[in-house]
Design a protein around this ligand. Structure first.
Ligand code: PLP
Length: 484
């Protein structure tokens, strides 16, 4: 009896399955709109259909692909669906998927230049393209991370490293009577990832100051000034301000020029969270709304949000990339290379992680396939659709807009007769009813303590018909709810 073959699956089998996978993906993208955006299943339904134990013997690839079609594809929330209008949409665009697939084939780990020469240099090039597209000065250098949460964490780590010239890196913070509490400032509308960054970095959640916002949900700069002064008076050490360009609830943009002035004067690191709206900075007319962005020490923008790049891909742009390197670089003997010693970029130097995925490839494909102009036109079309939707809301009796509309996200709600609490309950039921229909998925937030619906356009497949469908379902559900 011959030995069973070891090694990978046979090449012809792989090739045949890969062709099937190409068809599966292409079919999915062509027909994704026919699925309900949210699968009609309950927690535990998928798990109940999965075997408890792993197979002892290998299974045919056809069985795997069959189960994928039967069990996985129909039971995901379809982020690629044109009716996905919740949170901030993301897109697995065709070019991005091709880049992702090729990166999977290469399986390169670009921790060092030597372990990934082309991935390292493509990352440097493609993030510089993004910098140029956003109209930022040449000293900014980009670094790709998985998510904005990690990009912001790294930026605040770089700010922490500036304290007494890297003293925290060497001595840590625990039990130190000589080190005052380090404080960070962000608006009360900043994303929760800033809270998590502060917690993770050991600064203490209570040392994140949530600065109040103005009527348009932008950071109140006078309140920022007051908070910093109060902290200094009580012996705390302010280290960073996080401004947001495109807040999660309303997409408001903090007054970056004024925030930057305070940050400079107070010698604080200025990080701008432009995870969503940074993409719009590639259009000059939307860049204007973010004047002051160029004053930042660091900026995060997520191509995996509104730049049609499959998740995950987050670009951290740094005015002084060496500040990040100073916080993290450390080379053990087994990672030393002559190229590194000669000055080649080793991506492992810019954060705590060693291994890394080749994310630059998909971003390169996206930018090349659509062209900067094509990307601009798509972002403009999304903003125009959002404005049209907002007009429908404004004209409809019994509905109101709840926030200004700088980009492609509309905050609105129904205002039936009743107490504020009854109105909240009505809107919650309205959202549940619309999302239960299938063709669209919207999300919600709270503004001034009221329940508000959010319609966010950002998927490359979303067209006028999908936004119109959402409005038809919303108005119909509101009429039905009122009648009952
Ligand atoms: N910042 C903002 C403004 C966001 O809206 C979000 C997510 O929606 C994030 C950060 C977190 O993004 P990620 O999932 O890439 O960590």
């Amino acid at each position: 009896m011959s030995e069973p073959a070891l090694g990978d699956i046979p090449a012809p089998l792989f090739r045949a399955a890969m062709h099937q996978v190409a068809d599966l993906i292409a079919d999915y993208l062509e027909h994704v709109g026919e699925y309900p955006v949210l699968p009609k299943i309950a927690p535990g339904d998928v798990r109940a259909q999965l075997p408890e134990k792993p197979p002892e013997q290998g299974e045919p690839l056809d069985a795997l692909l069959g189960d994928y079609r039967r069990l996985i594809e129909p039971n995901v929330t379809h982020w690629n669906h044109p009716g996905f209008l919740a949170y901030f949409a993301i897109t697995g665009s065709g070019p991005g998927i091709l880049g992702e697939a090729l990166a999977a084939g290469l399986n390169v780990n670009a921790m060092l230049w030597k372990t990934g020469p082309a991935p390292t240099e493509l990352e440097e090039t493609v993030t510089d393209w993004l910098r140029q597209m956003m109209g930022l000065p040449p000293q900014f250098r980009g670094h790709i991370n998985d998510t904005a949460s990690i990009s912001s964490l790294l930026a605040i780590a770089a700010a922490r490293h500036r304290v007494r010239d890297g003293d925290v890196r060497t001595r840590g913070m625990a039990g130190r009577v000589d080190l005052p509490p380090l404080t960070v400032y962000a608006s009360e509308h900043a994303h929760s990832s800033i809270d998590k960054a502060v917690i993770t970095l050991g600064l203490g959640h209570e040392n994140l100051r949530k600065v109040p916002v103005d009527a348009a949900f932008r950071m109140n700069v006078a309140a920022l000034d007051t908070a910093i002064a109060a902290d200094r008076r009580t012996g705390r050490l302010p280290i960073a301000v996080v401004a947001t360009a495109g807040t999660t609830s309303t997409t408001s943009v903090d007054p970056l020029v004024d925030v930057a002035k305070i940050a400079r004067r107070e010698k604080l690191w200025l990080h701008v969270d432009a995870a969503y709206a940074g993409a719009a900075a590639i259009c000059p007319e939307y860049r204007q709304l973010m004047t002051g962005l160029e004053e930042a020490d660091s900026i995060v923008v997520n191509p995996h949000k509104w730049l049609f790049t499959p998740v995950d891909c987050s670009v951290l742009l740094l005015r002084e990339p060496d500040a990040l390197k100073a916080a993290f670089a450390l080379t053990p003997e087994y990672l030393k290379t002559s190229e590194g010693a000669g000055g080649a970029t080793n991506l492992m130097d810019y954060g705590p992680q060693l291994g890394r995925r080749f994310r630059a490839l998909k971003l390169w494909f996206v930018i090349r396939a659509f062209g900067v102009d094509g990307l601009r036109e798509r972002i403009r079309a999304h903003c125009a659709l959002a404005r049209e939707f907002a007009q429908w809301v404004e004209k409809e009796p019994g509905f109101e807009l709840c926030a200004p509309l700088p980009f492609s996200t509309v905050c609105f709600r129904a205002v039936p007769p009743g107490t504020p609490e009854e109105q909240d309950a009505f809107n919650e039921r309205l959202l549940g009813s619309v999302n239960g229909e299938g063709p669209v998925f919207l999300s919600h937030t709270r503004l001034r303590d009221r329940f508000v619906l959010r319609l966010a356009i950002g998927n490359v497949r979303t067209a006028r018909e999908h936004v119109a469908k959402a409005w038809e379902l919303i108005t119909r559900a509101a009429r039905t709810l009122r009648a009952t």
